[in-house]
Write a protein of this length. Sequence first.
Length: 205
Amino acid sequence: MEFSSKLLENAINEVSQLPGIGKRTALRLVLHLLRQPKEQTSHLAEALQAVRRDIKFCKSCHNISDTDICEICANPRRNEEIICVVEDVRDVMAIESTSSFKGLYHVLGGKISPMDGIGPNNLTIESLISKVKEGKIKELIFALSSTMEGDTTNFYIYKQIQDYQVITSTIARGISVGDELEYADEITLGRSIVNRIPFEISLKS
């Protein structure tokens, strides 16, 4: 693809590095921005810079936040005794969209995957175990995707906390094996949370 402007080419190359965006889509987006008022482009650039510069991760659950403690953890109406364990912030957003869960979250930041060089120490598992040891949590809900890596991560955490007085459950298999939570429809995901099953039963299936 030939460009008459080096500035245009540079912009397209940068935009095309975003997930799911090829060179043609990047070209369409950049040309769209060129047709908009300069103020709109400036607002977009400022918003992206602010996200990169000022975004925080909640010190309690590791969710994305504007403050040290996210709005979910700071909400006094949430049930602090139930923790939903998820892979990343997209899963928090997916579950929150169902309005079916009123507890708190713990974002692991990934799944155990030796093939990818990701072990327990690369995730926020230790801080989750520390929460359990404090004795304030009554139930952990494993809401990782139904993949080998997800099941491995669930089992690892389960083994670390099985000597403590905490219920472990997993979302019902309304989510197909191998599916990611963010792609599940709200009704299916909501029912999977509400109809969760004891984790020990999932080990036998």
